[in-house]
Each structure stands twice: as C-alpha cells, then as structure tokens.
Design a protein around this ligand. Structure first.
Ligand SMILES: Nc1nc2c(ncn2[C@@H]2O[C@H](COP(=O)(O)OP(=O)(O)O)[C@@H](O)[C@H]2O)c(=O)[nH]1
Ligand SMILES: [Mg+2]
Ligand SMILES: [Zn+2]
Length: 286
C-alpha cells in the first residue's frame, strides 16, 4: 500500500494485522505509521470524517470507496464521450444527498471548436453555473492545460473525489497535475467514443501538500436509488428558496396546485431542464 507522509512523499507501507482486521484502509484515510526495521507499518487508522460508500452490485452490503472527502468533482467532457445531462444531474443529487459540495469540470475544451460546441458549453454554464443551479463549473483541457490553474486554486487543500463517465479524462487530469504518476490513461473506442475502463481501483493522488485527488473507477457509488422521494427536492439547491412556499406543506412539486417550485420553473427562475430532471427522479423513485 502507498501512503503519503506529511511532507508529501509517497511511501510504500504495510498494514499491521490488527489494523487490517479492524478497519480496512481506504483512499483518503489518515493514519499513524511507524518505522520498524526499515519497514513502514500503518499502526492505526484515525477516525474518519465522513465516508463515501457504494452499494455493492450484488448484495445489500456497501463498500467504502474513500474517507475524509471534502468535495466531489463531476468530471465530464463536452464530447468524446458526449455530454450527458442525466449523468451530471444524478451525480449532483447524489453529492447533495451525502452533504458533499460538488463542482463540475467540463473537460476537453480543446475540442470545443464549432458553434454547436460553443452553444452546448454556454447552455451547460447557464443550467448549472451560478446563474442556474449555483455550482462552480470549470471548463478545462488536459490537452492544453487551459483552465487547470483555476481549478487547482478551487480545490486547494481539499480531499477531492472525481466521478465521471469512462473516458471523460479523470486519469488525465490527475496525471496533468502530477506527471510523475504511473497512471494508465485509457484509449477511446473510436466506434462509440466510449472510454475503456482502465482505472481499476480508487487511487489517491497528491497534487501538492494537502491537496488530494481520488480517481475512482465505477459510477455506482453515485447512485441515487436510496434517496427517499420526499428528500429529493432538497438535493436540487436552486429549489431551496421555493420549498415551503407551495400551497400544500407536503408538496413534492409534481402536479399539486399552487406549487412554487413548478411556477419558478415555468417563469425560468429554475431551469426547466433541472425541474424535468427532478420529475424524472421522482417518477423513478415511485
Ligand atoms: N482532446 C482531449 N482529449 C483528452 C483530454 N483529456 C483526456 N483526453 C483523452 O481522453 C481519453 C480518456 O482519458 P482518461 O483520462 O483515461 O479518462 P477516464 O476514463 O475518465 O480516466 C484518453 O485518450 C485521453 O488522452 C482533453 O482535455 N482533450
Ligand atoms: Mg481512468
Ligand atoms: Zn411544490
């Protein structure tokens, strides 16, 4: 196992047996380690300030993906693979449900070359940015480096988990910030423009002292299956000013008369795409 010391050096370590049986270390964990006969031994995992779990594909058990996470980066590309609003909405709702602040990274901006690309970019900024859902959106390119400095400023000092479709550039971003890393970047399947799954396990990458990026493989951990229907509304931050202003106290903003959320979507205060995403999630939850 690789650990990172306080100076930011990557060190290979083993885990004392009793630690391993008690609390299996995960990316983002803070630990005490001792040097015993030239061997670094992790002696104790410190209490976790929050964990990120994913439901296991088969059973009801959950798997811990990372600990002490401060922020989620929803990393998507404008194209190759094509931007999918559904993915972004799901990841954002999931992050809100876990009380984790989320940021959108729009990668591959070097491929933003024609009017259709530019209008898609502008729409994404309008729907999700500060004039819309209220998230920070960073257009970047791992190819040219554009936008990466601003993004690094934004995540300085934080432990950040990335989620995004395969091929959107998660590994490329980690590698851009830390070129010495031995990470595998996936080729794109030219027929479908879908990435190959090259990142097998969650991996912690130190960008600079105290800034860490956790590259994750699967998408399941950001599932929204377990969110109760009447809690979904709170996972859309731009709905919050209107919640409580509907005619009915228990309004879930679907077809109730006198719904403040619905009228905000009709007059454009809430973007109709986001309101429709909410409706879709409610229908799925039923
Ligand atoms: N044009 C362009 N290609 C990129 C960019 N970032 C990543 N890629 C390419 O996208 C493919 C998938 O990247 P990868 O980092 O493995 O994606 P991941 O599955 O999200 O980890 C690789 O061929 C990268 O070279 C970018 O900013 N611009
Ligand atoms: Mg990857
Ligand atoms: Zn309502």
């Amino acid at each position: 196992m690789l650990i990172i010391d306080e100076e930011g050096n990557e060190i290979s370590a083993i885990t004392a047996g009793r630690v391993y049986h008690g609390m299996k270390p995960v990316p983002g964990d803070h630990a005490y380690a001792l040097l015993i006969d030239d061997q670094v031994v992790v002696e104790k995992i410190l209490p976790r300030n929050g964990i990120l779990q994913r439901p296991s594909p088969l059973g009801r058990s959950t798997q811990i993906i990372a600990a002490n996470v401060d922020r989620v980066l929803v990393l998507v590309s404008l194209k190759n693979p094509q931007f999918k609003a559904g993915f972004v909405n799901r990841a954002l709702v999931s992050a809100e449900w876990r009380k984790l602040p989320a940021t959108i990274v729009l990668n591959k901006m070097d491929l933003c070359t024609d009017d259709a690309d530019r209008s898609l970019r502008d729409k994404i900024l309008a729907v999700y940015g500060h004039g819309g859902a209220g998230y920070s959106v960073f257009p970047v390119s791992c190819e040219t480096g554009s936008g990466t400095d601003l993004l690094l400023q934004h995540i300085k000092g934080a432990t950040v988990v990335m989620t995004g479709p395969s091929g959107s550039g998660k590994t490329s971003l980690a590698k851009y910030y830390n070129p010495s890393l031995d990470l595998k970047i996936g080729g794109l399947n030219p027929k479908t423009s879908k990435g190959k799954h090259t990142t097998v396990s969650a991996r912690l990458v130190l960008l600079e002292k105290k800034t860490t990026l956790i590259d994750t493989p699967g998408l399941r951990m950001f599932s929204i299956e377990n969110i109760p229907e009447n809690e979904l509304q709170f996972c859309f931050p731009e709905f919050l000013p209107f919640i409580g202003k509907c005619r009915f106290r228990d309004c879930i903003h679907m077809s109730e008369p006198g719904c403040a959320v619905k009228s905000a979507s009709e007059n454009g205060t809430i973007h109709m795409d986001r309101y429709n995403a909410y409706r879709k999630f409610i229908e799925e939850a039923e």
